[in-house]
Design a protein around this ligand. Sequence first.
Ligand code: NDP
Length: 289
Amino acid sequence: MRTANYAVIGNPIGHSKSPEIHAAFAAQTGQDMAYTRLLAPLDGFAACVRRFIADGASGANVTVPFKLEACALATRLSGRARAAGAVNTLRFEAGGGPEGGGAIFGDNTDGVGLVADIVKNAGVALAGRRILLLGAGGAARGVLLPLLEQLPESVVVANRTPATAQEWVRRFRADQEPFFGGGAGGVRLEACGFEGLSGRFDVVINATSASLESQMPPLADGLFAFGGLAYEMVYGKEPSPFMRFAAAQGAQARDGLGMLVEQAAEAFLIWRGVRPDTAPVFAQLRAAL
Ligand code: NDP
């Protein structure tokens, strides 16, 4: 059997930890695979994927800024990728594609990765909880359906540009009629700006990119329920401004390293049919930060 080839495709891509994560998963599960980084030109994502397929590759992860293009390129989408409108995992399949070519299956594992890190690793249940999701970009869109599937009491989406969040939530509701009409109609879903926020939340998820500029959304005091969870999607050696703010408000702060490892484990499962143990890989990455 030949070695199966995978890559993470993005621009920039040098910072990606995915090769280390998948190498560790492959060693742990005895899978014969190679995983590299591919820098695609900003106007050359589809060509890069097609070349990779022509070279005999089996699949790819997709990162900034190509997740929407990957969604358009896929010939078959999972329900969660369709709901997100974004794809971070591609599996290349023999036959079944247009004009006799291979099919490209597109999935989005960011949301399951986040939920696994919160529920399994942090031990915080989401069922019946009040969730505040900050941001309305690709990361927020990727996680909304998996969050709703946990049947929280409510999800409030707050964004710097309120209209973006409101329009997205309006369309999401219309597209996800099977979810809301299928017994989950009791989950409250709302969108607003940061200044419109009131009440207390059990789980606050920062899916904005503010932390990348050492900033945080302008949050008022008193939004965290006692002992609530503040989840920062970005990760790093030091806590972000959002994490420091949350800790000062009495919340338990957690960064997005676990989400990164868990979304990778779900992609690995999609490709290889085996779920790796994430705990040792998470510990290895944390130690190397
Ligand atoms: P996008 O560029 O698609 O969206 C950015 C979002 O952040 C928008 O909602 C934007 O609001 C908001 N925003 C940007 N700057 C600020 C600011 N200064 N204050 C308040 N809001 C701001 O990015 P993504 O959604 O793709 O990524 C968001 C973050 O999530 C990134 O930092 C990324 O690294 C991280 N991420 C982590 C993952 C993990 O595995 N740990 C996986 C995926 C993403 P507006 O609409 O007003 O512009």
